[in-house]
Design a protein around this ligand. Sequence first.
Ligand code: OVM
Length: 399
Amino acid sequence: MTTLPVLDADPFAHDVLEDPVPLHTALLAAGPVVHLPRYDVYALARHEHVHAALADWQSFPSGAGVGLSNFRHEKPWRPPSLLLEADPPRHDAPRAVLTRILGPRALRRLRERWSAEAEDLVEKVLAEHEFDAVTSLAEAFPLRVFPDAVGIPREGRENLLPYGDHLFNAFGPANDLVAKGDPRVSELTAWVDAQCRREVLADGGFGAQIWAAADRGDITCEQAPLVVRSLLSAGVDTTVHGLAAVLYAFATHPEQWRRLREDPGLARVAFDEAVRWQSPVQTFFRTADRDVPIGNEIIPEGKKILMFLAAANRDPRRWDDPDAFDLSRDPSGHVGFGMGIHQCVGQHVARLEAEALLIALARRVDRFELAGTPRRHHNNTLRAWESLPIRVHLEQRIR
Ligand code: OVM
């Protein structure tokens, strides 16, 4: 006897990617678990259940992939990530290496440099009073500071965004978005893989530190290039669309921007609130390791669950006034960075980028507004942006 709710929806259809909120609302209302027959997957949208599934890596491991494809039955399009697509114990050594290299203490040496870079970029961009915040800020800033911090050469960096776009599409079904990326996969993969070699990585960067960990025996020399690949895979598009989310939030919430200007110490809360509100990473899958009960249902062994991070981040059971972007809220507990053993290892990097950029903007910009219609970029996993036309009104004197 089952009462399992069923929704005949395609979470990866263009109308849903354009505006996922109606689907999230339907999933949240339908029950703790909803079957999606289109892909024969089990959807979780409520915060309680998404949080519990993320925390339970034993029942819901990642080794069969965190996309729709089940690596036990289908060959992955690239060798699986040692972090994202692995379980303990294999997951743990690579994770420990990155936790240290990307931790708050280790990042302290970057703060001053990134603040100076942000001020330099902001000054150049504000020479125009109207600009596209996606290309001029949300893409330009991470592309300036992050590949330098990893230590890859300048040449070819334009490959990072298209590689990430395809990677995040590939977690979804083999739809038109994946087909669009296919022609460049081998070229982009070859370039990314070449940047993971020890010889190309600059001294002192994250990449060289990963290789140093291999020299110490913390990970093997076979693992090192794949750990570098994780940085180049997960560290660019995510921060671009996270920064775009917070810029969009402020362009549409001038009263919140005033609060940030009065108290720039709110920059980090603002970024996390934007990550909660927009969820740059919308979804990830897991695979049931056995028959797993959730609510009154059983997820059958081997089936994929689809966790709607974005819906959990606006679940009214968890959040007051969930659709509001509000700096007085405490956004901690959002699942925009995941939860549990796979929770975003780069989150401190993302927050440092956001803080540097927001503080640089707060020194100069009195008010933001939209100067045109923002356009979304459709991706199977990312809540992404094509364009965010912005007009700024500057502070008369620099603070
Ligand atoms: C990785 C990886 C790739 C994409 C996303 C991600 C959000 C990790 O290669 O480890 O985490």
